[in-house]
Structures are given as C-alpha cells and as structure tokens.
Design a binder for this molecule. Structure first.
Ligand SMILES: [Fe+2]
Length: 519
C-alpha cells in the first residue's frame, strides 16, 4: 500500500497536534528532577561492527500524559565506557529529548570497536540512569565461532509476569530478538495478575501510556539492560488482526491509518530503533538486516504493514477466519502478498548477497502450513501464512532454487512452541525441506489449546516435528559454524513472579541439512 499525499498529510497533521516546544530559556538549562526521570530503564539495539543504538525516555511519572514532563526540550548526556564501572569512558555526548517524541532519546553511537561489550548510561536534570550493557557486532568478514541469542514474543501484561526475562539473564546472551506483540491493545484472557488500568488505546497519548506501563516491568527492563535487542512487531502493537490499512472491524480507512500512525510513533519512541526507522505518518520502515560476522545474518521482516487483506472474511469485516480449505478459494489467489513486493525483493536480494553460514529469518508468525482439522479435509487460519499460501510458496520455491546457506525461520504470535520443516508443497511427501522453522511460545500470553488436540494436529501434518501449547517462555539459541541449537525454555508458572524455567525440548539443525532434529 502506498499512502496518497492527502492521507500522509492528514496523518502528519494529526500527529503535529502537539505544539513545537519552547527552547530552553538558557543554553544548557536543565530542569531539576525531584524523582528519577529514568523510570522506564535503558535499552540498546541494532548492533553494527562500529556502533549501536542507545535508548531511554524521560518519564518521571510514566503513566501520566507526557510522562510527567513539562513540554520543554531537555538535554540528556550519555556516555559509553569499556568497563562496567564506567571508569574508561570512550565516548560521550548530549542528545536532545523533545516533547514531540515523548522525551525519548535515541543515540546512534559510532566509532566503537567491533565484537566487544560496552557499558552506557544517561544523565539529565541532576539524575543518572542505571548502567546498561551492550555490544557491537563482529566485523562483517570476521570468523565468529559462537553466537547466543534468545527470541521472544507476545507479552500480554495482565496475563502473567515476565519471569522469562529474569531467567534469560542467566543465559549469557549476545542478543535478544523480539518477534511481536510487545504490548497488547486489548484486555482479554483469564486469571489476570495485574491490570492495564486503561481502556484500549487509540490516540498517541494512549499508546504512549500503554508502552510506558509495559516498560515499567522490572524483569523486562533488566533484559533490555543486559544486551542489545532487535525487533519486529505483530498486530497488537496497533490492533488485533489488522492487515495494512484494514482493521478487524473494517473501520474507515483514514481513521484506522491515523490510529496506526499513533501506534507506530509510540512504538518508535519506546524502542532502541535506528533513525531510518523513524515513522512518517502511518508508515514506518521496520524490516532490517543485522549481521554477526560470517556466522549469522538476521533478516527481520514486517508481515503486517504491507500484507494483503486476509481472505474469506464476511462482507464489511476485516481480520482473520478459520476456514475449511474448500470453502475459501480466495485464499489461493496468487496476487495475495504477505510482505509486499518491495520487501519481497529486499529479502531475496539480501539472501542472495548473504555470505553468512546461517540466515535467520525473523518474522511474526507460523510459516508452515497447519491443517487444524484432523483426518480428511483441511482447515486453515487465515492470519498466518496459511492465509497467503501463494506468497509462501514463492518464498519457499525461492529458497529451494537459490539455496541461501542454512535458512532458519523463527516466529511467534501463536503462543505455543512449533518446530516444522518448511517445504514448497506441504501436501507432497517428496517436496524437499528447504528451511527449518522454530516458533517460540509467548512470554505471558495465554493459549487455551490442549496438548491432546495439538498432538492430533501434529499427527496429521507430516512436516510438523513438535507442538506444545501448554507453557509460556522463550527460545534460547546457540549458533556455531557446525550447528544451530534451540532450547525451548518453558516457565513453570507466569502467575508467580520469577518462577523457574525448564528446557522442554532441544532441537538441532546441522550445517547444510535443513530440518531441526530433536537433540
Ligand atoms: Fe500474541
């Protein structure tokens, strides 16, 4: 979807409703904060060999509009050190926190050394932040013998504590990859352990407060403080099951795009994102590549913003459906796209050019076909790639024909663990396995499915190697030149803070052999 000039301007004007802030009365004037403005912690992201993005947001009263800040421009000092006590400062500078961007700070540090750890902190108004730890990526041509990362998704705040983040602190990670549903717009599910305390967000202020609420969680803050993160989003950062410009209730398009613009802007303000990701009205370029030497190339996709509307929903509605295959021929329309043409080409050319041993494709949902009707006949859910089978086939045919090194797809969204073999034709036993897929469960979001029902689905889908809906958690991954190992980490509880985690199962992909095998 391309925004017309008119839609873009109306989005931009709506966002420009905040007045330009007055400049500080004296050069270098600083407000004095009675309480710490660093209530949302610090974060870093998108490591390069030469630098990384540092983030914080000034919000002495995070759940108030404006975060409790007066509408002034505030200088924020930052420093980066080569030691955890901040003794050897290697770079420092002053960023500007403005009310237009909710006093968020995004610093793109340059000129650092590749492949090493750094520490950083911020200072403003007589207050100092905690010290965060981050690292740069190895040089592009560097041989790297190991990378450890975790991937996570789906953290409905009301449904559980983020003990999974407390547990992953012990995993000695280089990176966290977040695959969507960082916030939830809606209140749902049972057995809430805490409350949003506000209705569904629609405006920029609403989304800022929702992000701030999620960011107040101490375990989430600690995980951001521990290492850099990279991201994609899914639907709940805006609204359930949206597709491009269409909401699940098929709201008027202009109205929905204004809502999306507010949500994207608040998202940018709360994440350690690169300058090239700054939203323009209702558009935001989030898909991105991050490389770790010659070992791993991450291709992070956005399958929400550019996708075709889901097929086979009733007239006057949007969103997804669960449909028997024979009842929905529209699903097979070759014009349906998941990534949009521009991103399709970007992904293919990036895979073609990648010199990495492993190509990790990070995206929001389950890519494998999943027939949820045991026995004869097939039934599909149209919000995942099963709503876009021709687009999926094009991508998997591409992987089969061009053979980029070791493609591994990671996903989230469905609040359960899945491990699958990706094949151009899932209904043909002879169709080759062209990529491995591992889908992580949710950090806290619920799944009502029973294991016995999932077992029946696994038995009916030959390319599915594992499925478990019963536990919350994350996936810990260790990559070496020889193999990729994924430990499915499952929390014993999310209604108890900081419960223990178990490894539910481990899977290994050997170099040159697609398909994850149970370790
Ligand atoms: Fe979710």
């Amino acid at each position: 979807m391309r925004l017309g000039r008119r839609q873009f301007l109306s989005g931009a004007l709506a966002l420009g409703a905040t007045q330009l802030a007055p400049i500080p009365r004296r050069a270098g004037a600083q407000p004095r904060f009675a309480a710490s403005p660093f209530t949302l912690g610090v974060a870093s992201g998108y490591p390069l060999p030469s630098g990384v993005v540092l983030w914080t947001r000034l919000a002495p009263a995070p759940l108030q509009p404006g975060g409790g800040m007066s509408p002034e421009v505030v200088p924020v000092e930052w420093e980066v050190a080569s030691d955890d006590r901040m003794g050897q400062v290697v770079q420092r500078g002053t960023a500007t926190a403005t009310p237009e961007w909710a006093h968020s700070v995004h610093v793109e540090v340059e000129g650092l050394e590749p492949g090493r750890w750094y520490w950083y902190r911020f200072r403003a108004g007589g207050q100092v932040s905690v010290v965060g730890r981050t690292r740069t990526a190895p040089a592009g041509n560097a041989a790297v013998d190991r990378l450890r990362f975790a991937f996570a998704s789906c953290q409905q705040y009301e449904q559980g504590y983020y003990g999974a983040y407390h547990r992953l602190l012990a995993d000695d990670l280089d990176l966290v990859v977040f695959l969507g549903d960082y916030i939830y717009e809606s209140s749902w599910g049972r057995d809430h352990v805490r409350k949003h305390g506000a209705p569904e967000p629609h405006t920029l202020d609403d989304y800022r407060i929702r992000h701030a609420l999620y960011k107040t969680d101490p375990d989430l803050q600690a995980a951001h403080q521990a290492c850099p993160w990279i991201f994609t989003w899914d639907d709940h950062e805006v609204a359930n099951d949206y597709a491009d410009d269409r909401s699940q209730f098929a709201h008027p398009r202009e109205w929905f795009l204004l809502r999306r613009a507010a949500a994207y802007r608040a998202y940018y303000e709360h994440m350690p994102l690169r300058r090239q990701m700054v939203p323009m009205g209702s558009q935001m370029r989030l898909y991105h590549r991050v490389g770790f030497g010659t070992l791993v190339q991450f291709h992070m996709l956005d399958d929400r913003q550019f996708r075709s509307h889901q097929p086979c929903v009733g007239a006057g509605r949007g969103g997804s459906a669960v449909t028997d295959a024979e009842a929905c021929s529209e699903r097979l329309d070759p014009r349906l796209t998941m990534l949009g043409e521009v991103q399709d080409r970007w992904l293919e050319s990036g895979l073609d050019r990648s010199a990495a041993r492993w190509n990790v494709i990070g995206q929001q949902t389950l890519m494998a076909q999943l027939d949820s009707k045991p026995g004869a006949g097939q039934r599909f859910w149209t919000d995942g790639w099963d709503g876009y089978p021709a687009a999926r086939r094009r991508l998997l045919d591409y992987l089969g024909a061009r053979k980029p090194a070791n493609p591994v797809v990671i996903g989230g969204d469905v609040h359960m663990f899945w491990v699958t073999d990706l094949k151009p034709d899932f209904d043909d036993a002879r169709s080759p396995v062209v990529a491995s897929e591992i889908v992580g469960t949710s950090i806290s979001s619920q799944n009502g499915r029973k294991q016995e029902d999932v077992d029946a689905i696994v038995a009916d889908n030959a390319h599915v190697r594992f499925g478990n809906p019963t536990r919350r958690g994350y996936v810990r991954v260790e990559v070496t030149p020889q193999r990729l190992r994924a430990d499915l980490r499952a929390m014993r509880s999310v209604t108890q803070p900081r419960a223990e985690a178990d490894t539910l199962a481990s899977f290994v992909v050997e170099d040159g052999r697609a398909g994850a095998v149970r370790a």
